[in-house]
Design a protein around this ligand. Structure first.
Ligand SMILES: [Zn+2]
Length: 213
C-alpha cells in the first residue's frame, strides 16, 4: 500500500501565532517535575481551547448548543476537499464559493494566502457572511480555513452562526502551504474536552488511502 500522511497542524509553542497576538493566549508548558529532582519529566499545559489548529463546537457561538465532546467523529474523520483560494484578499465571497462546484455533504478546506505566512496577520483572509450562508444552504458538512479565525470584524459573528445553524463543522488554524488541491481522507479528531466549546486537534490529510476508492 502506498499512502502518505500530510500533517496540516500548527506547531504549538509559546511564540506561535495566536489570535490578535494577545499575550494571555500564548501557550505555556510548565515543568512540574524534572530529572534532577524527580528522575522524570512531567509538564502541565496552559492552553487556550482555540490554540493553533482546532475544531470549534456550536457552543462557541450559541448558548446551550453542543460542546466539542459531543461532535460525532464521523463529521471530522472523513473525506475532505482542499480548494485553492489563494487569490482572495479580505473576505471570501459568494462568487468564490459558487465557482467551486460544491456538493451536498462535502467538507471543504480553504487554502488561502494565510498559509503563506506564519504570523498573526490582522488582515487575514476569512469567510464572509454571505458566502457562509451560501455554503450552509448548499448543506456542506464542514469548512476548514488556514487562518486562526474563520471570520473577523463581523459584528455578531454571522459566519460562525450560519455554519453552526446548518450543522456544519468549523476547523481553524490549518497549515496548507504544502498541500495540493484535491480530495484527501481527513483525520481531525479534537481532544475530548468535556463541556468545552472548542479543542485543539492534530489534523492529518491522508493521500492514496483505499477508503477513497
Ligand atoms: Zn475557534
Amino acid at each position: 500500500m502506498t499512502w502518505r500522511i500530510h500533517d496540516v497542524s500548527m506547531p504549538v509553542h509559546h511564540s506561535m501565532p495566536v489570535y490578535k497576538d494577545k499575550a494571555d493566549k500564548r501557550p505555556e508548558f510548565e515543568t512540574k517535575a524534572d530529572f534532577a529532582e524527580s528522575g522524570l519529566r512531567e509538564s502541565r499545559a496552559h492552553v487556550d481551547a482555540h490554540t493553533g489548529t482546532h475544531v470549534d463546537a456550536a457552543l462557541h457561538m450559541m448558548p446551550g448548543a453542543d460542546s466539542i465532546d459531543l461532535l460525532p467523529l464521523e463529521h471530522v474523520v472523513r473525506p475532505a476537499r482542499v480548494v485553492d483560494l489563494s487569490y482572495v484578499t479580505g473576505a471570501i465571497q459568494v462568487s468564490d464559493v459558487e465557482a467551486l462546484n460544491v456538493h451536498e455533504d462535502e467538507f471543504l478546506l480553504f487554502k488561502t494566502a494565510n498559509s503563506k505566512e506564519d504570523i498573526f496577520n490582522p488582515e487575514f483572509v476569512y469567510l464572509g457572511e454571505a458566502a457562509a450562508k451560501w455554503l450552509a444552504e448548499a448543506k456542506i458538512a464542514g469548512v476548514g480555513i488556514d487562518g486562526l479565525g474563520i471570520e473577523r470584524s463581523q459584528p455578531g459573528h454571522p459566519t460562525h452562526k450560519a455554519l453552526f445553524s446548518s450543522g456544519a463543522v468549523i476547523l481553524e488554524g490549518l497549515r496548507l502551504h504544502h498541500i495540493q488541491p484535491g480530495t484527501y481522507f481527513m483525520v481531525a479528531a479534537p481532544l475530548k474536552w468535556m463541556g468545552v466549546e472548542a479543542a485543539p486537534a492534530r489534523v492529518l490529510l491522508l493521500e492514496g488511502v483505499s477508503i477513497l476508492s
